[in-house]
Write a protein that binds this ligand. Sequence first.
Ligand SMILES: C[S@@+](CC[C@H](N)C(=O)[O-])C[C@H]1O[C@@H](n2cnc3c(N)ncnc32)[C@H](O)[C@@H]1O
Length: 212
Amino acid sequence: MNFISPELEAYASQHTCSESALLERINRDTQLEVLQPRMLSGHYQGRLLSLISKLLKPRRVLEIGTYTGYSALCMSEGLPANGLLVTIDVNEELQSRVQGYFDLSQYKDQINYRIGDAMEIIPQLNEKWDLVFIDADKKNYLNYYNLVIDNVNSGGLILADNVLWSGKVLDPNLKDRETEILRSYNDIIHNDVRVENILLPFRDGIMVARKK
Ligand SMILES: C[S@@+](CC[C@H](N)C(=O)[O-])C[C@H]1O[C@@H](n2cnc3c(N)ncnc32)[C@H](O)[C@@H]1O
C-alpha cells in the first residue's frame, strides 16, 4: 500500500539528495541477490535516517535489525568522532556480506555488528543510547522498547519502523498478532509520559519517541 501516489513518492525521492556509492551498491546488490529486498530502508528513508542522525549527533546508536546494513550506514553518517553504532541481526547468513560492506565504509571502526537474537543481546549491552532504531521482528517491538527505554538518554530518540503496517492498524477486523502488537505499540508509546512522540506517515510509518 502506498500512502502517497507512486508519482509523488518518486518526485519526493528525485528531490532528495543522493545516496553514497556504497549505499547505492548495497541497494542494488540487495535487490538482485538477497531475499526480501523490500525490507531495505532504501534511498528516501535512508536520507531521513541520515538527517535525523546528523541533527542528533548521537554518541551511541542501537539498531535492532541490520538486514544488509543500509540503515546502519545511513545512521553512522551522524556519529561524532567518538561515536559508536551497535547493530544486531539474528540472520547469520548475511553476516559476511554485511561485514564486507561495513569494512568498505569510512565508519567501519565505529560499527559493532552483532549476530544473535536482539532479545538476548540487548540486556548484555552496557550503554546509554542517544538513538535507537527498532526495525526487526514486529512481535517483539514492545519488548524492545521496554528493554531500551531506561537506557535512553534524555533527548534521545527511539524510532520504530513499519508502525502503520501497510494501513492494517486501521482495520478492526484484522486481529493477527503482528497487527495487534503494532497497534499496541502505537497506543502505548502515545500514552507513555516518559516520551513525547510523533507518528510520521513516512513510507510504512515511523513512530518517533523522544525521551523527556
Ligand atoms: C526490516 S529488516 C531490517 C532492515 C534494515 N534496518 C534496513 O533498514 O535496511 C529486519 C531484520 O530483522 C532481523 N531480525 C528478526 N528478528 C530478529 C531478532 N529476534 N533479533 C535480531 N534481529 C532480528 C531479520 O533477520 C531482518 O534482517
